[in-house]
Design a protein around this ligand. Structure first.
Ligand SMILES: [Zn+2]
Length: 454
């Protein structure tokens, strides 16, 4: 399975989905660019999420907050003080590790948050450095995971937001005042967040700069939330299926009660079977009134909701479904990757993306490059379709080669203009998954694509 990851890393680079960033300068640790097809795929996933979460729901509104926020926010939320990971350095080779991960791997013990205990175990059990094999550790110590920066006109440190949620809590009052929302309702946001991970990796799974799709859903404290909690979990599983995830590759992990933050009633992760094992894809937490209460106390502003019908004032409780966007992309890539043996003995690699997520929907080929009447007709068709669908024109190499390339970028339909087209205005449409070809009248092509790309 490790092999599958290598194949995906290689294909996504070769075919313009994901590039290791800053390569001409020798690279830059764990940063990636989404290339032309990756950017399309990412946009399609975001659009689908927004459509399901905001456009299709009367109880949700969207928000687009800033990355740089007043640092008082991170004090109130506990991030300045407590958003830490335990790190330890190998004195021999100078490599840095997550101390809790080393301890857990070596002894099975979960000592999260217990620095002295971790240091003791690392030294007493002579835990070896995964890199150089020696055992000579510094003490384990906390490292805050927020990226710090400075801003003109502001005294003191400013942080790149470690999650998008903060920007939502602080606009709660503005949204209540400006929109006609009634509890229960939710605010959704897509955006970048930054965490200075001690160890990043697994391709785009754990990035220091990443993108989240987050929802804060506000409910009455008296509300029976259990059913809605279950509905959000089901929604998350449904969204994973939209990405192409198979049911058997998904599972729920409920955080044990004793590991929950003091304010959380329940936290469940949706895990996906990545090539490197089951890992968190989405999360859902009941956060009580912790966030609005903390920001209310720290800012001196009342962050409450007035229920006019029952003449009651209260601080709403929050259900927080979060979705990793880069992880969603990885799920889409992993579940789409298919190797097939064909009848003639040859093999093909095909990215079987859900059709609505495919970066290119339709590729248009003239059968031969050196026949101006075929090229002209194919161009005409491309020009007519490109305002409706992401299309690509390709007259490079033989048809077989062009099919192979479109298979590898997951294009659902390839349309070929040939000599019959000039006679009867029909084209050959080839299906990515079945490889079957059918003749379709040009005037019916747009309708055919619309029906089949839903
Ligand atoms: Zn070492």
């Amino acid at each position: 399975m490790e092999n599958l990851m290598e194949k995906i890393v290689s294909l996504t680079k070769r075919r313009g989905f994901v590039f290791p960033s800053s390569e001409i300068y020798g690279g830059f640790a764990n940063s990636y660019s989404y290339g032309p097809y990756g950017a399309e795929l990412k946009k399609n996933i975001k659009d689908l999420w927004w459509k399901k979460v905001v456009q299709n729901r009367a109880d949700m509104v969207g928000l687009d907050g800033p990355i740089l926020l007043n640092p008082k926010l991170w004090e109130a939320s506990g991030h300045t003080e407590g958003f830490n990971d335990a790190m330890v350095d190998c004195k021999e080779c100078k490599k840095r590790y997550r101390a809790d991960h080393l301890v857990e791997k070596a002894t099975g013990k979960d000592l999260e948050g217990q620095l002295e205990e971790m240091t003791k175990v690392l030294k007493e059990e002579k835990v070896k450095c995964p890199d150089c094999g020696k055992s000579n550790w510094t003490d384990a110590r906390n490292m805050n995971m927020m990226f710090k920066t400075q801003m003109n006109g502001f005294d003191g440190d400013v942080y790149l937001r470690p999650e998008t949620a903060g920007a939502i809590f602080i606009e709660f009052k503005n949204i209540i005042d400006s929109m006609r929302v009634k509890v229960p309702f939710g605010i959704a946001q897509i955006g970048k967040a930054f965490r200075n991970e001690i160890v990043a990796g697994n391709f785009i799974f754990r990035l220091r700069e990443f993108e989240q799709m987050e929802i804060e859903y506000f409910v009455d404290p008296e509300f029976k939330w259990e059913k809605m909690f279950e509905e959000w979990l089901e929604f998350q599983e449904e969204f994973a299926a939209d990405l192409g995830a198979k049911k058997e590759d998904l599972r729920r992990y409920e955080h044990p009660k004793e590991k929950l933050s003091h304010y959380s009633k329940k936290t469940v992760d949706i895990e996906y079977k990545f090539p490197f094992g089951f890992s968190e894809l989405f999360g859902l937490a009941h956060r009580g009134d912790f966030d609005l209460k903390s920001h209310s106390d720290a800012s001196g502003q009342k962050l409450e909701y007035f229920d006019a019908q029952n003449n009651r004032r209260f601080t709403p409780h929050i259900l927080e479904p979060t979705f990793g966007l880069d992880r969603s992309i990885l799920v889409t890539l992993v579940s789409a990757y298919t190797e097939e043996k064909l009848e003639d003995g040859s093999e093909r690699v095909v990215m079987k993306f859900p059709k609505k997520l495919a970066p290119v929907k339709c590729a248009i080929f003239p059968l031969l490059k050196n026949k101006p009447e075929l090229v002209g007709k194919a161009r005409e068709l491309y020009d007519a379709l490109k305002s409706q669908f992401m299309c690509e024109f390709d007259d490079n190499g033989n048809i077989g080669k062009r099919y192979r390339r479109q298979d590898e970028i997951g294009t659902p339909y390839c349309v070929t203009v040939d000599f019959d087209t000039l006679e009867d205005d029909t084209v050959t449409v080839r299906d990515r998954d079945t490889m079957e070809q059918q003749r379709i009248k040009i005037e019916e092509l747009e309708g055919f694509l619309k029906d089949n790309l839903k």
